[in-house]
Each structure stands twice: as C-alpha cells, then as structure tokens.
Write a protein that binds this ligand. Sequence first.
Ligand SMILES: [Zn+2]
Ligand SMILES: [Zn+2]
Length: 363
Amino acid sequence: MKTPYDILGVPKTASQDEIKKAYRKLAREFHPDRNPGDAAAEERFKEIQGAYDTVGDEEKRKKFDAGANGFQGFGSGGFGPGNFNPADVNLGDFGDLLGGLFGGRRAASQPRQRPQRGADLEVPVKLSFEDALRGIETKVAVEVDATCRTCHGSGAEPGTAPVLCPVCSGRGVLAESQGLFAISQPCPRCRGNGTIIETPCHTCHGTGIERRTRRFTVKIPAGVKTGTRIRLKGKGAPGEAGGPSGDLHVVTEVEPSKRFHRRGKDLVVDVPVTYPEAALGATVEVPTPEGGRVSLKVPAGAHDGKLLRLRGQGAPKLKGGGRDDLLARVKVAVPSKLSKKEREALEELRRASHDDPREELFD
Ligand SMILES: [Zn+2]
Ligand SMILES: [Zn+2]
C-alpha cells in the first residue's frame, strides 16, 4: 500500500514546503491538460492530488500521521480541467484506487458553508398623523425566506437524503488548471456544499427555502415622522448555515395632517389673525397637536408669515420624553366681506396711513 509520501516521492520527514514542491512538480507532469487522452496519467494525477490532499495541509497531515482515520478523502478526484468529464468520476474510482481500504467518503453532514447572517429587510407602515403622534401598536406583514417545512431545509424530498457530490466527491472544491498551476474554487455542481440533491423537495424545489408571509406586531412609539425606522431584531431573513437572522426595519410613512406639518423636529400650524390683531398685538388661541388649545401672545406689528415658538407644545420627542416645539405661523386674514362699520373704519385707517409700503420697491 502506497502512502501519500510514496506517491509524492518524499520521505515521511519531508517539510511542508518539500511536499508542496514535489506535488507541484508531479501535478504539472501528469496534468490532464498535458496528457490529453492518457488515462494512466489521469489516474496518476488523481493519485497525486489525493496524496497532497492528505498531507499537503499541516493539520490534515498530523491527522494522517496519527492514524488512518485522518486519511479520508484521499484520492478524491473530479477536479476538472475543462475537457475532463466530471461524470466519469464516481465514488467507485476511489474504491479501486485505494483498494477498498478507505471509504473515500467525507461526512456529507459536514457543513462546508460558513454561517451567514440573514439579510435585513424593510417594510413600510402607513400611519395617520394622529397615530404617529400618539404612538400605536400595529401589524406588519413581510415576505421572508423561511426554512422549508416540508424538507426542514435539506432541500431533499422527505424520505430521501442529499448524496455526495459526484463532481468533487464531497470536497466542495475543485482544483482548476490556470496556466502554471491549479487553483481551488468552489465546485459548480454542488456549489461548495459537497452534497447534491437527487430528488428535490416538491415544496421548495430543492432550495430548502420557502417564501412565507410572516406577521409581526410592532409598537410604533409616539412622535415618529415619515422615514422613522423601527428595528425588530432578528425578524429579518433567516441566516444560512446556522447564522443568525437579519433584522426587520419598519419604516413609517405618516399621512399629512390638514392642520399641522413637520419642519424637522417642530410642528408648524397656521394661525389666522386679523389686521388689527397683527398690527396692535393680541392674545389668541392656538390648537395643539393632541387636540387641546394653548394661548399665544401675538406681538404688535407681527407681519404675515412670522413664526412664533410655543416651547414644548409640539410632537412628542422620540427619545427622552417631553415634547418638541410648536411653531405658530401668523397668517394675516383679509376679510372678503365687510360690514358697513368695518368699511368705514378701514377707510378712515387708509386716510390715516402715512407710510407708503411700496416706497422701497422703487428705491
Ligand atoms: Zn423543501
Ligand atoms: Zn461538488
């Protein structure tokens, strides 16, 4: 029985570097690209690859040296330079090659994929202006990829099981000739899993993943505005290979209010005042967003559009409690109908006005 050292033509005491050198030299020599149609060279090439697989890596070599237990996967072939038909390689080959001593099998259950966190998902939620200020508990529905319930994620029809990939013999990687040397890349047949599914699950068609609508209850805090994101940890897409799930971000979309509108943190409300109120100053009542009233002192000479700040009367703060500010915007209302008395008073006012407000237009 030839040991991997025999195959590579190095002593058992060879350094990793020596093993690597010997392997490169032999692999080049017997590479199927260099020996087209030469079955013996191909066999030899497989043998060399298998040997290097076993002792080329320090960890694996230790295992091998410690006992035949570590000698698994030896002889796994199927690394294919383009013209090498992967279908020609099957597990039987290894049996022949190894005299039936080794199974050539690598545990199919061995996870090859690295655990990956699931994707974050986003779902919009529409809210009335009032609900956005009050806060509300609502439901969101989101389509997520979930583990298939028929096959429990294996992708194989119940009663069947994934089988060892015939292309890479369960290694999950292929060595492909790239000019001087072979580089490893994921096996295209099994996409690096080492196993393939012969009878795909009828529900998920072998993907192991099922599209499912999931509903979550989400607590929208008081004071959200359009674009506020609420994170539901772990409610996003499921992770892969045992990785954690992603998060679900609920993004609020607040319907406009007839009365109030947002200006950053502040809420703005238009407050109509009469000309005399604006000119002389007045105390008026202003609606608050939660439906109350608050009194506001309009200073004498307030021009149209002036913003008056009412501290702590606006929308609830998202963080830290309390409220932000309400801005009252002075709207000088022009009456469309006048009583006789009003008309007389206004005409008197016009006669009394001494400044021409348009003077500066012509400076
Ligand atoms: Zn399934
Ligand atoms: Zn494969």
